[in-house]
Design a protein around this ligand. Sequence first.
Ligand code: ATP
Ligand code: MG
Length: 348
Amino acid sequence: NSNVTGKIPATLIPGDGIGPEITAATTHVLDKLGAPFAWDVQQAGMAGLKAEGAPVPDSTMASIKRTGLALKGPLTTPSGGGFRSVNVTLRQAFDLYANVRPARTLVPGRYEEVDIVLIRENVEGFYAAREYFLPQGGGDGAHGAAEAEGMAVTAGYVTRAECRRIVRHAFEYALAHGRKKVTLVHKANILKLMGKVFLEEGHKVAADYAGRVACDERIVDACAMQLCLDPSQFDVIVTTNLFGDILSDQISGLIGGLGMAPGANIGEKQAIFEAVHGSAPDLAGRGVANPVALMLAAGLMLDHVGEHARANSLRQALDSTLKAGVKTPDLGGTATTEAFAKAVAERL
Ligand code: ATP
Ligand code: MG
């Protein structure tokens, strides 16, 4: 998808709160790296509302549709205005079915060498649930008042086709990144039907990779416990939407928290790269936010377009910057966002 300048068109969404600061830090490092992106800067979230009167402006949607590639700062979902989460809107609109969240220890803390990639199904499960409240004694199920006595019904679903697609994504990721094992995480002992469909399709896909990538499975609750006891037994984890949401937060806790966790939302035609964290309004405008998560997300974006050498060099520079003790306050350091970015750029 290169244009005449040899550059790759890509959408850049600075976002809300600390977004513009960590985005500036990240593009500073990408420029120094010679990353081949031709940025189309667009707004979304509160910034979109302010600039263009909509949290997801048409021009932003059109840009992502055209470039197929976006680096996105965190977005605040306006409260009280009746808007849906902008992140969920983007995932659904572009069918970004795979949420890939790699977690690797950069600053050793409680754990020394965590290196786990969680792949979360991003469009089905309980996040696409139909919800109903069935009041005791009858009434309109869809619109029943949840204040009454009665029954809250949340019906999530998975399809065989989507289970195949997400598990295949996990195995292809494993092959492309030299990973040895994929663990299917489920709750088939209780959610028997959903679990059965996920596991059956998962093992069918796994058979295509036999001898190249190993496959095993865990029940989600046991998996959560084993992640705390010994994270080194996990390599790539693939799971349905809700379990993936919970486990990926748990895993980011194993590597030092929110400032360190990048994520990629991948579809057939578009991909959006972001930090897992939100807009942190308490830190906005103070120049102290940790840009590591967004920089790592930019690394994933470089990998996505085949720029592995630049991606690795970015990760090595981050590693050595942190090892040299240059850290933002959330990691116990005193560096500003800008000073941290300069220190990374110097090491490229
Ligand atoms: P939102 O409403 O957008 O989710 P939030 O206040 O919930 O915003 P989060 O990003 O979810 O913000 O993070 C919670 C807290 O974690 C922040 O208030 C902030 O103190 C800290 N935090 C999050 N991201 C970072 C970061 N990149 N650097 C430093 N601290 C961070
Ligand atoms: Mg938050």
